[in-house]
Design a protein around this ligand. Sequence first.
Ligand code: CU
Length: 154
Amino acid sequence: MLRHLLASAVLLSLSTLTLAHEFRAGDLMIDHPWARELPPTSATSAAFFTLHNHGAQEDRLLGASTPVAGKAELHTHIHMGEVMRMQKIDSASIPAHGMTEFVPGGNHVMLFDLKQPLKAGDSFPLTLQFEKAGKVEVTVNVEAAPAQHEHQGH
Ligand SMILES: [Cu+2]
């Protein structure tokens, strides 16, 4: 009976994982990794996700790598007077019982030297390196940029 319950619990969590597009490693949960579709002429892109830490100890994201890009770096945006500039960071903290967001305009994983254009509907593997959780491979979904406001009939 117990074994049966355990088996269903595993099946349930597997299907939840697929639907919600989440990845778990120990106390860490990596929620909805995505990258924005960009014109094929663009050799760089960025990946975004939300890191949740359900544990009692801080963890840190130390780096990332993916076969689709020559190089992946952790970046953040900083204010330089009136302008926002990207800056490389060595790590990003995920506080105990906290979360860290990688979002457009904030932290992101910068992808350099893309080996192929990222098209909406595609996905690619991204390996995240954490201080405590170690290496975690997630699947990044490529999504279309939000539709721009179009002036029609003018
Ligand atoms: Cu960047």
